[in-house]
Design a protein. Structure first.
Length: 257
């Protein structure tokens, strides 16, 4: 497997900075590598600062803008605890094999298959939402306005949507393996310019550059529900409420129980 034109080593992805003081894209940081596996015996998959850097939001913008050159995507880490589980070196092949439209339709049926009342409420899968066409007004500021930053991470990935699988994130482990979430994030990224900006112990926050149109609200909310059932089942209560709350909002926040 190749990553950023380089062959991947047995101990994990290439491209992570060394421990200590670094400077990337004109941003000076201090931190260290984090290893996968809960006992820290896995490959190094994430570089994390020691605490919150100065001017962290401007640093994030600069690092994100330099991603094409550095191969490192910046992530605002919102919790002291960040559990990294098993790193699967074949995760990219697994994701590439997914037929997203078919997978989502199948999961819709599976999700309601054990609960007749839920199945009736869900009805038939409405289909995928059309791509958003209207740019949001600086979606990053909507994220920055609410997020509490503990530290800053750097992840060697080709695209933001791949972060969860690339680090073996375990925040949704009661419902999903990280590699199962990546096809959703890739599709959200392609259709809605939704970029992963912040990550916590069990939370993911996206800045949405082109939110779905109102006419696509139920379709988009149905996809979001499959990605993160807790946001409805333990949150807003219905897919219709989720559509009203999130579809035209340029800040999508998810959490898993």
């Amino acid at each position: 497997m190749r990553l950023f034109g380089k062959r991947q080593r047995d101990d994990g992805p290439e491209g992570l900075p060394a421990d200590g003081d670094i400077e990337i894209a004109g941003v000076k940081l201090r931190g260290a590598r984090m290893r996968a596996e809960l006992d820290g015996t896995g490959p190094a998959v994430l570089w994390r600062t020691e605490g919150e850097p100065e001017r962290v939001f401007s640093a994030w913008r600069r690092l994100a803008g330099a991603h094409a050159e550095t191969g490192l995507w910046p992530v605002l880490i919102t919790h002291e605890r960040l559990d990294l589980g098993h790193f699967d070196p074949a995760w990219e092949d697994t994701v590439a094999a997914v037929d997203y439209p078919a997978m989502v339709a199948e999961r819709w049926v599976e999700h309601g298959s054990y609960d007749e009342e839920l199945r009736e409420l869900m009805g038939d899968f409405p289909g995928l939402a059309a791509p958003g066409t209207t740019p949001a007004d600086d979606p990053l500021e909507h994220v920055f306005a609410t997020v509490e930053v503990h530290s800053l991470g750097l992840v060697p990935v080709r695209r933001p949507a791949d972060v969860l699988a690339a680090i073996g994130w375990t925040g949704a482990i009661n419902s999903f393996e990280p590699v199962e979430l990546v096809p959703y994030l890739r599709s959200f990224e392609e259709r809605f310019d939704a970029r992963l900006v912040a990550l916590g112990f069990d939370t993911v926050q996206l800045a949405v550059g082109r939110p779905p149109a109102s006419a696509e609200a139920i379709k988009a909310a149905s996809e979001l529900y499959l990605f993160n059932p807790d946001v409805v089942d333990q949150g807003v209560g219905t897919i219709e409420a989720l559509a009203e709350e999130m579809v035209q909002d340029p800040h999508w926040a998810f959490w898993w129980d």
